[in-house]
Design a protein around this ligand. Structure first.
Ligand code: PEP
Ligand code: MN
Length: 337
């Protein structure tokens, strides 16, 4: 980090700031230029807030030369991380597909969809039991009963299960039965939840917040990792923009950008990105071409009667056709499918 002092700042003032930084364990080099001085801070500055430093007497500008995230940073971990989800690899050379309904609705629905998506090559089963709905009057998910039905579908197919956690009070039960713990877009900055999930031993699927920057998203991963859980998978699921024709706007550039910034796997959710079944295929192919490590897709055996997000759900048949194209392109991109 570099601190540029205002011209004419007294020597005592500069030395006092340098001393304050040294007390915090940093090495400080002072360069006196023509008219102004510069302090170069060497060491771990992750705890320093640039805006707070601006409040110090004589400080003109503060510049970070390193990112505020460490554990997720590719600079300190050049190799891709491959997250093991109950034996299914996500990241690196692998292209992994997660599929299933938006919400678990009943035993035959979840089991039927699980069998169908497995047949087409999905390796993990998704299904919401706790649903973060915009309206309190909409279907809120089956809760614990939904988890039990997911376990039945897992027993029937062997597919590990992915489902969203909305409150730290469910960490214990998720720890005991969920294979990949999803943090939804709306909870990406629920820091208490992130910290608790960071203490779990199960891998985490961290969706991007509706209006979060890449750095904010990685900092949320850093919250989980800093508590000891380094098995984090990032998921781009579309962001809020001025466009309303689509539900969200898929940020394709997030995939190569995050690839540079972090070693964590990056998958894409084409269902919530576009909000329409007809958009799932083109968005999936764009994601695969941009180097995504996998996709998470909503599939329902009867989309017209789905209790949540029917408009964007694929039928099992449509999902099968999507898989053929997506896997073909993933192979072309050098991935193992
Ligand atoms: C979901 O995957 O069911 C979901 C609610 O997604 P998001 O948090 O991305 O809106
Ligand atoms: Mn959904």
């Amino acid at each position: 980090m570099v601190i540029i002092m205002k011209p004419g700042t007294s020597r005592e003032c500069i030395e006092a700031l340098a001393h304050e930084m040294e007390v915090q364990g940093l090495k400080v080099g002072i360069t006196n230029g023509v008219g102004c001085s510069i302090l170069g801070l060497v060491g771990d500055t992750t705890h320093l807030n640039a805006d707070d430093l601006l409040l110090h007497e004589g400080v003109e500008r503060v510049m970070r030369v390193q990112e505020p995230y460490k554990k997720a940073n590719r600079k300190f971990h050049p190799d891709d991380t491959v997250v093991d989800v109950a034996g299914v690899p996500v990241g690196g050379k692998h292209f992994t597909v997660i599929a299933g309904p938006c919400s678990v609705e009943n035993e035959s629905q979840i089991t039927e969809v699980a069998r169908a998506v497995q047949e087409s090559g999905a390796r993990l089963l998704r299904g919401g039991a706790f649903k973060p709905r915009t309206s309190p009057y909409s279907f809120q998910g089956m809760g614990i009963e939904g988890l039990e039905l997911l376990l039945k579908a897992k027993k029937a197919t062997g597919l590990p299960i992915v489902t969203e956690i909305m409150s730290p009070r469910y960490c214990e039960i998720f720890e005991s039965c969920v294979d990949l713990v999803q943090i939804g877009a709306r909870n990406m900055q629920n820091f208490d939840l992130l910290k608790e999930v960071g203490k779990m031993s199960k891998p985490v699927l961290l969706k991007r917040g509706l209006s979060s920057t890449y750095e904010e998203w990685i900092m949320s991963a850093e919250y989980i990792m800093s508590e000891g859980n380094e098995n984090v998978i990032l998921c781009e699921r579309g962001i809020r923009t001025f466009e309303t024709y689509t539900r969200n706007t898929l940020d394709v550039a997030a995939i190569p950008s995050l690839r540079r910034m972090t070693h964590l796997p990056i998958i894409v959710d084409p269902s919530h990105s576009g909000g329409a079944a007809w958009l799932v295929e083109p968005l999936t192919l764009a994601a695969v071409a941009a180097g995504a490590d996998g996709i998470i897709v909503e599939v329902h055996n009867d989309p017209a009667h789905a209790l949540c997000d029917g408009k964007q759900c694929l039928t099992p048949g449509e999902f099968g056709a999507l898989m053929e194209k997506a896997q073909g392109l993933a192979r072309f991109m050098g991935k193992d499918v």
